[in-house]
Design a protein around this ligand. Sequence first.
Ligand SMILES: Nc1ncnc2c1ncn2[C@@H]1O[C@H](COP(=O)(O)OP(=O)(O)OP(=O)(O)O)[C@@H](O)[C@H]1O
Ligand SMILES: [Mg+2]
Length: 434
Amino acid sequence: MTDSKKNFFQKAFKNNQSVFKMVEDNQSGESVFSTNYIPDQIWHREDEMRQLVNYFRSIITHPTTSNRRVILYGVVGTGKTVLSRAFAIQLSNFLKEQENSRNRPNFRFFHVNCRKTKTPHLILTTILRQLVPGFPLRGFSVEELLRMFTLLLYEQNLVSLLILDEIDYLIPDERIDFLYALSRIEESPPMRNNHHLGYSKESEESRFNLLTITRDPNFRYYLDDSTSSSLGKNIITFPPYTRNQLFDIISSRAEKGLQESAYDDELLEVIASLAEENGDARFAIELLWRAAKLADQDFDSRISAEHIRRAMVSILPMEKSIVEDLNIHQKLLLLSIAKILSKDRNFVTTPVVQKEYQRICEEANIHPRRQTQIWSYLKDLGKLGLIQQEVENRHRNGKSCGRITKISIRDLPLEEIKHSLGYLIENNSVEEED
Ligand SMILES: Nc1ncnc2c1ncn2[C@@H]1O[C@H](COP(=O)(O)OP(=O)(O)OP(=O)(O)O)[C@@H](O)[C@H]1O
Ligand SMILES: [Mg+2]
């Protein structure tokens, strides 16, 4: 073995050196930066937690007539998922500790991420499999599954909370129908007069509560009137975190996962100020984690500002893979929007996007898609949270004269999009895909 190789291994394994410290079960402190990690403390969301407790108070006070519907809205990384899970776990623990009076329903919650569990059918079978192990994956319609679910709530004497996280990922048509069906769930026919269960259901009885989580500010407009009236009133908005709040969040992660000598407050302040623009806690945590990994890679015992700069270059506030997974035309549309918006515009309309897209296609030697396909791709980009679309009714002399769609990009740096997708134009030999 040569000297340089020896040095390499000596450096790498010297005192098992890492900026991450060891935590319980001999695990690396790196685990506190993972997406599954549930923090001991959720910072600066007391008000939102209080609102949740208030809205769902009836689960405790009137479990058999509780049918609350609540929407959580907030941009990327504002703590919607972590708070909703903590809320459900705390509620569950609280109810377990309560003296169990006879016949008091047990509380069950189901957290479903619609980005992973993509259809209403799969959502319902996933839930039913938790209530009935081995429940078949196929063979029932959504309507039948809903009926079975309500029936099981009675049979197993449960009061339930369904958390539909990242609802924006359900196909819009399915989402509307599913939310409508859920808003009517307590009216499912088989629940009436269940004499075989030994009682007759009274019409106001309900054991189903729903918490819907969205990033889309226009969520309300997707709902039809009746769903909107039952779902739309109770909205809790999660504001983006401020710099000081982000500091507290990453500071407690650093304390848990990093060696004390590997960082200081000044370093965390740099990260908090970089993440401040979007108020995104996930971005701040990931930035700290990546900087720590780079320090380890360089065999440095301290994380430096340079590590942060390098870490910064390697991430976008949103998962990069979402952009990478787009098809070529969706990418070109995103690039067109970014190009126009970077000329200091707050929003752009669909015809202007289309024109720029056609120009770019020509430049890149790619056959442009037709208008209806473009609309559908723009919808996809909206669903993925990459762009925001707002429909505005136009008026002239007090009369309505049509609608325009204002498209904007809120969560992604325009320069980064232009930089990472610009190659599509430069490289004329792009292969066309569907
Ligand atoms: N107030 C907080 N205190 C401690 N950690 C937090 C807080 N808010 C968010 N986090 C952490 O930041 C990361 C992102 O939070 P979370 O996943 O809840 O965001 P989100 O609003 O659901 O984002 P998205 O819209 O992308 O799903 C998670 O690792 C979470 O643990
Ligand atoms: Mg989330």
